[in-house]
Ligand binder design. Structure first.
Ligand code: NAP
Length: 321
């Protein structure tokens, strides 16, 4: 590896990874093992969506593992390698002259300079956007079944969505109650047949298809959710569903507002990368759910993290030789 000690630019790190989910942690493992001084910047809690995922049955090596447990195992591996964790929020990334360094600027103004940056900020859960959803957040409306499911033991729980997350979390929530509703806006699901059949055949899940939630209604006195107003998308008929909890699982949007100015995103806000997980800016890479791609899984996030790290190791070796 080239000796950079004579470089003019003062680098705080060789690599900054923004986001501590599976993509970011994998990238950090690969980079640190290649002797790059690496730091992960994380806004909240390390683990990304893994910490909000109940059961994982499609990550090789584990036929069954809880999301938070897999996250913890990855974090322990990262910590063992002495990757630094910086808990802060990134405001912007500045690409310096000739792409020889990147300055990561925090919301509070702190600046960190590195030879390369990987963006692995993942995505944020989408909101339904109906009246009452925000008002009753944490009073029955939750976006994390793993975190809050146990609060509704024996109660009526409603999940919204028709993808993997909605189906898997609806199944997970049946451990707390015999009354789980799954509301989906059409009859086809965005999952494999095995998963959707498990949902359809589960004695404690009631499927409500062709409906959307139009309002979350609560008991003003007790400040908790009591029912949902729902509307049939075909007939426009309006109905009500009694529920104590609402878990919307209707997809998510990439966390990329802080790189808007760099012009590296597509019209959905996902970062465009090549097969090396490189953006159009040399030295700036992206990995995981934040990039434009079709399959978003823990295993594909891990894959992206490894690819990004491996190519940026080559980039750092070569960029000012
Ligand atoms: P998703 O696959 O994008 O599914 C979102 C679902 O929400 C869709 O069924 C969609 O309906 C519905 N929806 C969207 N907006 C809505 C709205 N305003 N009102 C009502 N319904 C709405 O999202 P996801 O399930 O969160 O999964 C995200 C990604 O992670 C996917 O790539 C998924 O494959 C992956 N994932 C994989 C696993 C696994 O493999 N075990 C687990 C979790 C997530 P339509 O179908 O009508 O569009």
């Amino acid at each position: 590896m080239k000796d950079h000690t004579k470089d003019k630019v003062k680098y705080d790190y060789d690599l900054i990874v923004i986001g501590g989910g599976p993509a970011g942690m994998t990238a950090a493992i690969y980079a640190q093992r290649a002797n790059l001084k690496t730091a992960i910047i994380e806004k909240y809690i390390v683990g990304g969506k893994m910490i909000k995922t109940s059961e994982i049955e499609n990550y090789p090596g584990y036929d069954y593992i809880l999301g938070p447990d897999l996250s913890e195992k990855m974090q322990q591996q990262v910590e063992k390698l002495k990757v630094e964790f910086i808990y802060d929020e990134v405001n912007t990334i500045v690409d310096n002259e000739n792409h020889t360094s990147k300055t990561v600027v925090m919301i509070g103004g702190n600046k960190i300079t590195a030879k390369a940056v990987i963006i692995a900020t993942g995505s944020l859960e989408r909101k339904i956007g109906c009246p009452g959803e925000e008002e009753y957040a944490n009073r029955g409306v939750s976006y994390c079944a793993v975190c809050d499911g146990a609060l509704f033991k024996g109660k009526i729980i409603t999940v919204v969505g028709g993808g993997y997350a909605a189906c898997e979390e609806a199944l997970y929530l049946t451990r707390f109650t015999k009354q789980v509703n799954l509301i989906h806006r059409r009859e086809q699901f965005r999952t494999d047949e095995k998963t959707v059949n498990k949902v359809k055949n589960h004695p404690n899940i009631t499927l409500i298809t062709d409906y959307v939630v139009t309002e979350v209604i609560g008991d003003d006195l007790k400040k908790k959710v009591i029912k949902l107003k729902i509307q049939n998308v075909k007939t426009k008929a309006i109905n009500e569903v009694a529920t104590d909890a609402l878990f919307p699982y209707i997809g998510s949007d990439p966390v990329t507002s802080f790189v808007k100015e760099l012009g590296i995103c597509d019209s959905n806000g996902c970062i465009i990368t090549n097969d090396k997980c490189q953006t159009k800016i040399p030295g700036l890479y992206a990995a995981g759910d934040v990039i434009a791609k079709n399959l978003r899984q823990i295993v594909t996030a891990v894959n992206d993290g490894a690819i990004a790290a491996q190519y940026l190791i080559n980039f750092i070796d070569n960029f000012n030789e």
